[in-house]
Write a protein that binds this ligand. Structure first.
Ligand SMILES: Nc1nc2c(ncn2[C@@H]2O[C@H](COP(=O)(O)OP(=O)(O)OP(=O)(O)O)[C@@H](O)[C@H]2O)c(=O)[nH]1
Ligand SMILES: [Mg+2]
Length: 312
């Protein structure tokens, strides 16, 4: 690790947002010091609460995130935001849109917002997000100015989002009155990923219908500890926010209460993280060294050769 990286890490721990920004760029560009830098972080003192906001494109996730930032700032909490746009080559404007929607917080020292697109994140978006979350959790720990809340906004409810949402404590799935089909086709997936449902754009007709459907689903899937609450929200007007904030708090408390039962799940998430970091590192090493492959060669034989070369 060179001196520059070391000094960036020191400044990160002291709560320097520019250092955090630089280190996120390191991660985005797969800087050679990344692994060592991330491995040196100590998260044992981190108290950051991690909230995931996910849902279909245009559901109002950024508008909601913006409102949540305001509420948390009222409580004098520091907030870090990662806005993920998996399709940035096509919707580059969306990243910009996120920025604009949350722009009013840009000058606030207690808020840090960063967008991540698939461009630049070599190991895929869930790898990049995990790395950025790791950096954000270590931010400001020495100066007692850490992020009290870290919000991860991501589009969709597929496998990548599942991986990303395994990083957070509480996942809010944002749907809209037009999401009826999504609810029907993705029932199981939705119930697996969601800790809280938001029916946003409840100023539109059809909100009651989807609200009712989600209520039934979460009632069926309810456990002793948790029944997924469903909230009608109008993010653009800040309506319904208090109930949502209340649910977020109750969910955090439930997690604390059931933390011993959750330790197995946490372990599983950790193991999964180790495996994906390892995969990424091996791939990186192989690519750095380069490898020969002749036309029509058996790809399994190539991998066998590469692995035995690695063992030497
Ligand atoms: N009518 C209505 N419109 C809303 C509401 N919340 C957000 N919008 C609008 O919906 C549009 C999309 O909002 P965003 O917050 O960018 O949605 P998003 O889910 O972050 O979008 P992507 O990140 O591009 O997937 C914007 O034009 C918002 O003004 C709402 O409660 N009611
Ligand atoms: Mg958005």
């Amino acid at each position: 690790m060179d001196d520059k990286t070391e000094s960036l890490l020191k400044r990160l721990a002291q709560g320097d947002q520019r250092a955090l920004s630089r280190l996120i760029t390191y991660v985005d560009n797969d800087h050679p010091d990344c692994l060592e830098a991330l491995a040196s972080l100590d998260h044992s003192q981190s108290m950051s609460k991690l909230i995931g906001i996910t849902g279909p494109p245009g559901a109002g996730k950024s508008t909601l995130t913006d409102q949540l930032i305001s509420s948390f700032r009222h409580q004098k909490l520091n907030v870090g935001v990662i806005a993920i746009d998996p399709s940035s080559p096509f919707t580059g404007g969306a990243v910009l849109g996120d920025r604009i929607r949350m722009q009013r917080h840009a000058a606030d020292d207690g808020v840090f917002i960063r967008s991540l697109g698939s461009h630049g994140s070599h190991g895929g978006l869930s790898n990049a997000t995990r790395d950025v979350v790791a950096l954000m959790k270590a931010f400001g720990l020495e100066k007692s100015s850490p992020f009290d809340v870290i919000i991860v906004e991501t589009v969709g409810v597929g496998q990548t989002e599942l991986d990303i949402m395994s990083l957070v404590d509480t996942t809010v799935v944002v749907l809209v009155p037009e999401s009826g089909d999504t609810v029907q086709t993705m029932k199981a997936g939705l119930m697996e990923i969601a800790d809280i449902f938001v029916v946003n754009k409840s100023d539109r007709t059809g909100a009651d219908h989807i609200f009712g459907e989600l209520k039934v689903l979460s009632h069926i899937a309810a456990t002793e500890d948790w029944e997924i609450p469903v909230h009608k929200v109008v993010a653009s007007q800040g309506k319904g926010l208090e109930d949502l904030l209340n649910s977020l708090e109750i969910h955090q408390k439930t997690l604390e209460k059931t933390s011993s039962e959750n330790s197995e799940k946490k372990n599983q998430v950790l193991r999964q993280q180790v495996l994906s970091i390892l995969t990424h590192q091996i791939e990186k090493r192989v690519l750095e060294k380069g490898f020969e492959i002749t036309e029509g060669e058996n790809p399994y034989a190539v991998v066998k050769r590469l692995l035995s070369e690695m063992n030497k």
